[in-house]
Design a protein around this ligand. Structure first.
Ligand code: AMP
Ligand code: MG
Length: 495
């Protein structure tokens, strides 16, 4: 067996942080895909990964030398309710690799069999959710949004039993780390402050080394996570991403998008759009996401209180002040994202109002979020170019033209007289994707793979979404909005 230069720093932490658990072998592993650029970044040999031995490791049928497989302990608030023990019930950390860029990352199998944290679950994953996570996480990465990534997908030759039998699969997920708000909650629920102290140190070393020597480590960590989550959610809003299950166990300390269960992208814009079938009350609806992120961070803050200050009142005061900075960070990041989307290079007092006015008009006419902003890039180049086509997306042309008049006045204030500005158009195209993982295309790709063993549509999505900001001749069909009958109205966790 090949030696992989894993460094297992998490497995060297105290034993109650995890359960040592090997993956469970599957019947007939078959490689679906290896992410070659990512494999190279991790220093892995692509040819070996594709060999029988490599595929056996990716399926959990063999354990590479150097690996020390563990299932991580964590808790979490799910839809607002605290569950003191969740943990990796269907995931196993194989180890950590330091990439050619010097960054340490977790290599984790998802769907690799039961662990002591599985409760009543089978520890397995179905092919559909594995392909969804592969496509969407890689698309997020290509859009420049912090995220876990997909190294590989294999089918197992076994069925998993959900509402009906489905093909089983294993995803190899790569993450900056799998530290979650729920990891801290796990130990807080057990009043294990020593463990929280250890986790704080681990998190700072791994994700925020710039503040490792801060006088108050816990507060410094909270500040960093607050800022990272505010930035992350602002980026989600910029591309119309609805996470769908923002539980604290899915809220990463590194500020990466974590857990692609029932996630979806907006087609027609509406601030309260939700897709997840289990999110009955819309807790995790599109524009609720910043508020929920802050709520999740408050749960993190609570776990850190005893470390922030011995005096409880003083600790609460400091943590609360830090939590409040979420709003400042988020507002700034969101406005930055949206300014770039409408092509503004400078800051002016009325910008937020201009953005919110636009969003309200998009909602009023159920305009496709992605197509609108992509077309607007052309609208910046010339006042006339595209304007008619864009306006036709609204119920009444005036709904766009009225806003566009204010927008052009604002562009003119940046010295963009007459609206002609090729450079501005270019910069807008770098932030407004032409291609997102459209819900209906993803559904199609999953059905084709699961029911017809046809991985062509999945491959097409992976290929095109690797360059989301570029026009790609012949691939325009993947940029189109769904027809009414194609619209995906509900998504499922697929667990
Ligand atoms: P998720 O919905 O993926 O965030 O998972 C929430 C919790 O349920 C985590 O503790 C998972 O490990 C666990 N879980 C989800 N699906 C399964 C499964 N098929 N088998 C065992 N545990 C699972
Ligand atoms: Mg999860």
């Amino acid at each position: 067996m090949r030696v992989i230069p894993f460094d297992n720093s998490y497995a060297r932490l105290p034993g109650h942080f995890y359960a040592r658990t090997p993956p469970t072998a599957v019947k007939k592993p078959h490689l679906v895909k290896v992410n070659e650029p990512l494999a190279s970044l991790l220093g892995l040999d692509v040819a070996w990964l594709k060999s029988d031995e490599g595929v056996a490791v990716l399926a959990g049928n063999a354990v590479a030398e150097g690996s020390d497989p563990i299932a991580l302990a964590y808790a979490g608030h799910q839809f607002g309710n605290f569950v003191p023990q969740l943990g990796d019930g269907r995931a196993i950390l194989l180890g950590e690799l330091v990439g050619t860029d010097g960054k340490r990352r977790d290599v984790q199998l998802k769907g690799s069999g039961p662990t002591p944290f599985s409760r009543r679950g089978d520890g397995r994953a179905a092919l559909g959710p594995v392909l969804r996570e592969y496509v969407v996480s890689e698309a997020m990465h290509a859009m420049g949004i912090p995220t876990t990534r997909a190294l590989a997908a294999v089918t197992t030759g076994e069925h998993v039993h959900r509402e009906r039998p489905q093909a089983g699969a294993v995803l190899t997920r790569i993450a900056g780390s799998h530290l979650r708000v729920g990891t801290f909650e796990y130990f807080a629920a057990r009043s294990d402050f020593e463990a929280i102290d250890t986790l704080t140190r681990v998190a700072l070393e791994r994700h925020y080394p710039q503040v490792i020597d801060a006088p108050n480590a816990a507060l410094a960590l909270l500040e960093c996570v607050v800022a990272a989550q505010a930035f992350l959610v602002a980026r989600w809003l910029g591309v119309g991403f609805v996470h769908g299950v923002m539980n604290t166990d899915n809220t990463s300390i590194s500020g990466e998008t974590l857990d692609y269960g029932p996630c979806a992208f907006l087609d027609e814009y509406h601030p309260l759009k939700k897709f997840s079938s289990i999110d009955v009350n819309g807790r995790y609806a599109f524009m609720n996401q910043p508020k929920i992120a802050q709520w999740n961070l408050a749960r993190l803050a609570e776990t850190l209180l005893p470390l922030v200050d011995e005096n409880q009142e003083a600790a609460v005061e400091q943590a609360t002040a830090t939590l409040k900075t979420f709003t400042t960070h988020f507002d700034e990041a969101f406005l930055g994202v949206m300014r770039a989307k409408i092509g503004l290079a400078t800051e002016a007092a009325g910008d937020l109002a201009l953005v919110m006015e636009l969003l309200s008009r998009l909602a009023g006419s159920s305009v496709d979020y992605t197509i609108f902003f992509r077309r607007l890039c052309g609208g910046a180049e010339s006042e006339k170019a595209n304007a008619k086509t864009i306006a036709a997306m609204f119920e009444h042309e005036g709904a766009f033209f009225e806003w566009a008049e204010r927008w052009h006045a604002r562009l003119a204030s940046e010295g963009c007289a007459g609206g002609v500005d090729a450079a501005r158009m270019e910069s807008m195209r770098k932030v407004n994707p032409a291609y997102i993982p459209r819900n209906h295309r993803l559904e199609e790709a999953i059905v084709a793979a699961s029911e017809k063993d046809d991985f062509g549509p999945f491959e097409a999505l992976v290929r095109v979404l690797a360059r989301p900001y570029e026009e790609q001749v012949g691939e325009e069909w993947l940029a189109e909005a769904p027809k009414v009958e194609e619209r995906v109205r509900a998504t499922f966790c697929g667990t």
